[in-house]
Design a protein around this ligand. Structure first.
Ligand SMILES: C[S@@+](CC[C@H](N)C(=O)[O-])C[C@H]1O[C@@H](n2cnc3c(N)ncnc32)[C@H](O)[C@@H]1O
Length: 279
């Protein structure tokens, strides 16, 4: 019989072997994601498959492409919505837009943009403040399928009620209906909001800096990373920002205890907005 300690140690070994197999078969590197998140997602696939141990999944990862795809989609969390956490967007308008107004052009990077709703929320607020024309938005994710959804920008009509509510609470000035074209069960974002948005693949684990950005928005992504990976991604963001550039994280995320903590000033502690210090 395994002791409780052995049980946990052996389970950890199995998880590492599963993640190694995943990396070798798919190029997705989940080794530095939060172990509790990974275990939760793997446990789900374990139950559905009727296996007893994590390591029972390894032959399927290697030899069964359908299983591999299912597992990869289990691990990918793409939950998002327009004007998610409306108070963040109020703060964006209040604390960041006044600076943007003084720049001749603005480069904004949405890292981990999922299906694009956060990006189009930004585009709407920029256009309402006459800032969209001088903005270039780069929106990246490491999930190619979700990037295709983002580029299409067609969302289920039953999400619109919630999005409209969020838009109003997030400082929207017009009617949200101005920004989509409804068609039976879907709502398509109007083309003018897509004009200055470039979607592309970027993996925060393996890819490098992304140019000189004025604003980086990376919300609800770091929460899935372990401390080491959070630290290296925060360094990547620091290096990708101009001096005085802004970093926006999700409500449960932080730069505290990272190597870059002292290199940023806190702009909004509640909405997790930070500004790169001008040395
Ligand atoms: C929960 S969604 C957050 C979407 C949006 N930022 C929001 O807050 O509504 C997390 C996104 O991060 C992406 N992601 C996770 N790991 C990533 C990585 N290593 N590189 C790039 N994107 C990643 C996922 O594919 C997913 O689309």
């Amino acid at each position: 019989m395994e002791s409780d300690r052995e049980l946990v140690e052996n389970e950890d070994i199995e998880v590492e072997l599963v993640l190694d197999a995943l990396l070798k078969k798919s190029d997705y590197d989940y080794r530095n994601y939060s172990r509790s998140h990974i275990k939760r997602r793997l446990s789900h696939r374990l139950t559905v498959s009727g296996y007893n141990r994590y390591s029972d999944m390894i032959p399927d990862i290697i030899y069964n492409p359908q299983f591999l795809n299912k597992l990869l989609s289990d691990l990918s969390i793409n939950v998002t919505e327009m004007f998610r956490d409306p108070s963040f967007f109020l703060e964006l308008k209040d604390k960041i837009f006044p600076y943007i107004k003084t720049y001749p052009f603005v480069k904004i990077w949405h890292a981990g943009c999922s299906s694009g709703q956060e990006v189009y929320s930004m585009a709407i607020l920029l256009s309402e403040d006459n800032l969209y024309e001088k903005s270039q938005i780069y929106a990246t994710d490491f999930n190619r399928e979700i990037l295709d959804v983002a580029k299409r920008a067609i969302y289920p009509i039953d999400t619109i009620k919630k999005y409209t509510n969020n838009y109003q609470q997030g400082g929207g000035q017009n009617s949200f209906a101005d920004y989509y074209i409804a068609d039976y069960d879907s709502a398509a974002i109007i083309p003018s909001l897509k004009k200055n948005v470039l979607f592309s693949f970027h993996n925060l684990v393996t890819d490098g800096i992304f140019g000189e950005m004025h604003v980086i928005v990376c919300r609800n992504v770091l929460i899935y990373f372990d401390k080491e990976l959070q630290n290296s991604v925060l360094k990547l963001f620091y290096e990708s920002l101009v001096p005085g550039g802004f970093l926006c994280l999700g409500s449960k995320e932080s730069i505290r205890f990272s190597e870059v903590e002292k290199l940023f000033e806190v702009v909004s502690s509640s909405e997790k907005i930070f500004r790169k210090r001008v040395c």
